[in-house]
Write a protein that binds this ligand. Structure first.
Ligand SMILES: [Zn+2]
Ligand SMILES: [Zn+2]
Length: 272
């Protein structure tokens, strides 16, 4: 079974990552026995429906929502979507107790140091340094393919570094350029927050992490959660310059369009 992933949008105005299994290499039929999960939903129901439709999906195709943390750009639509479509929500107790999500019928509490399964997906939560109650990011595995999702963290802790080795695909935050952030119109406290150890990764932090991590299997890099005010694709590209040559496919996720389906297929194995 292969994994495919895509995004409804990425950035401080809303996030949502869709990950699904593909039963065969040619499979694009969502009505087959695929499993489809949505990680975070920072959009209204209407907007989520519109963005899912771009990917030939409706919310009723989803098997579950998985939540990283309670910031609005990640949970705005989680409660409404889960209630309207009766979806189970996988969430840490701290994030759930933050009360920003409202009542949920089907809560599946997860622990940040205990992997869990949703059908064919084996999911490892990873605790990250971010200014939320109990934030986690995730590594999703299926048939030896490994997708790492890593956004919304202020620094690369040894715990994070240990977990995000040997991914086949990585969605990695490169939030800001430090010089742009310093000279932006953001109030001082917000600059401190975003650039601090519990805020967001700068281009340089993300690039250093990527340089240090085992990239032997890394086929796809998605640069994500790029700030519209304090960054640009060009600046992120410059910072990543030294490592980009070793990665086959590099995509820059954007706020309006996210990114299109990327598949990790065991059927046409590419060894780099
Ligand atoms: Zn965020
Ligand atoms: Zn956040």
């Amino acid at each position: 079974m292969a994994i495919a992933f895509s995004s409804l949008g990425s950035g401080s105005k809303g996030n949502g990552t869709v990950v699904r299994t593909l039963v065969s290499d040619k499979d694009s039929d969502v009505n087959t026995s695929s499993t489809i999960v949505l990680i975070d939903c920072g959009f209204t129901i209407k907007e989520t429906e519109r963005r899912l439709a771009r990917l030939d999906l409706t919310p009723s195709h989803l098997d579950a929502i998985i939540v990283t943390h309670e910031h609005g750009d990640h949970i705005k639509g989680v409660g409404p979507l889960a209630r309207k479509y009766n979806l189970p929500v996988y969430i840490t107790a701290g994030t759930f107790r933050s009360k920003k999500i409202g009542a949920l019928d089907d809560v599946r509490l997860i622990h940040r140091y205990e992997p869990f399964d949703i059908n064919a997906f084996h999911i490892t939560p990873v605790a990250v340094p971010h200014d939320a109650s109990e934030p986690a990011q995730f590594i999703i595995e299926c048939d030896n393919k490994r997708l790492g999702i890593l956004t919304d963290l202020g620094n690369i802790s040894p715990h994070v570094e240990m977990h995000y080795q040997s991914c086949d695909a990585l969605i990695l935050e490169a939030n800001h350029d430090p010089a742009m952030l310093a000279s932006s119109a953001y109030p001082f406290s917000l600059k401190q927050r975003v650039g601090g150890a519990w805020g967001h990764l700068s281009n340089q932090q993300a690039a250093r992490f990527l340089e240090s991590v085992d990239r032997q299997k890394l086929q796809h890099l998605v640069v994500a959660h790029i700030s519209r005010q304090n960054n640009s694709v060009e600046l992120a590209q410059q910072a990543f310059n030294d490592v980009l040559a070793s990665i086959k496919n590099v995509v820059y996720a954007c706020q309006d369009d996210g990114f299109d389906w990327i598949s990790l297929s065991p059927y046409n194995e590419q060894i780099s």
